[in-house]
Design a protein around this ligand. Structure first.
Ligand code: HEC
Length: 116
């Protein structure tokens, strides 16, 4: 798949998700549905190939949550994530962070360690 296709898919998924968010995002069972929009770029099950963009699986929950809140507020500069993060409530970001933190990082694509 080309990267532009991946981006298009991400946009479609994000749009679909916005339609559903109101009725969708209540509970932990929805965490996977929320996180599914991230797979296009961050890899299926949070493992991005070669670590670009960074893999999310197995990262520290608080670290992930903080990054997304910083994207949302604009504190952390980004090419795409600031737009993405703005689509979620704080509660939804918590669910997503918990979801990825609970995954096992892939052996082939280790998640890069950011500042913690
Ligand atoms: C369109 C592609 C795309 C999608 C979809 C996407 N991301 Fe990202 N993500 C990126 C890119 C690119 C970066 C690097 C920062 C930047 O330039 O925006 C990044 C960075 C991040 C980081 C920082 C990781 C680190 O270790 O520094 C987190 C956390 C993150 N994304 C979480 C998510 C979550 C959660 C979702 C789903 C809600 C998501 N991303 C969806 C492209 C994407």
């Amino acid at each position: 798949m080309t990267s532009s296709m991946g981006f298009y898919r991400a946009l479609v998924l994000a749009t679909l998700q916005l339609w559903c968010l109101q009725s969708y995002a209540q509970d932990t069972s929805d965490a996977r549905a929320l996180a599914a929009t991230c797979f296009t770029c961050h890899g299926t099950d949070g493992r991005s190939v070669g670590g670009v963009p960074p893999g999310l699986a197995g990262q520290d929950r608080n670290y992930l949550l903080q990054q997304m809140q910083d994207f949302k507020s604009g504190k952390r500069p980004a090419t795409i994530m600031h737009q993405h993060a703005k689509g979620y409530t704080d509660r939804q970001l918590e669910l997503i962070a918990g979801y990825f933190a609970g995954m096992k990082p892939g052996a082939g694509a280790p998640a890069p360690r950011g500042e913690r």
